[in-house]
Design a protein around this ligand. Sequence first.
Ligand code: SF4
Ligand code: SF4
Length: 206
Amino acid sequence: MTNPQHDDAGSPGGHRHGVGGGLVSGLATTARALVRHTHTQEYPDVRPDLPPRSRGVIALLAENCTSCMLCARECPDWCIYIESHKEEVPAPEPGGRPRQKNVLDRFAIDFSLCMYCGICIEACPFDALFWSPEFEYAEFDIRDLLHESDRLEGWMASVPPPSLPDPGAVEAKEVGVARTAADKAIAAYEATLAKEREEDRPEGER
Ligand code: SF4
Ligand code: SF4
């Protein structure tokens, strides 16, 4: 029995268009491809125009890091290494108790294991980790993808500034809290200045 979808020779499509028709159709496809705009990027001769918030590499702002270990604990790949020690800080007021403070000794991320999920950045409560769009840090030796803190801190230079909130957006709760605290501090400072000025005035002018 003859298959209606095949010609006598068994080839799909049969000889409906003939050899000439197939040739014309092929040439038309080639011509269309020749004039179509190409999307190939000539990297590395031309750097790609990446969005500023691209997940290229993780940057560390060490001065904000309290060695709380939250990022290392939340990392699904266990590729963040933190070492720290405690130091005693003298009490701010006489008679107070001295305090313990974490001092960061080592912070490293192994980018051969990292899957760029961003959980560490989300988990950090002290704004010590940021995405940088920098991506040109491929290495010949996989061990060199372990970035220590000096390298992670160096990426901070390429971290874009935070984007402005949408016009009309609801103000973040933290901003309101910070503003209230700042207003109180300013009021207390001005009251102290006024009191000192009052005390400095000669007796007769008070
Ligand atoms: S981006 Fe994800 S995998 Fe990479 S260090 Fe952070 S938490 Fe770990
Ligand atoms: S979560 Fe933030 S503050 Fe805590 S150890 Fe990680 S980077 Fe440092």
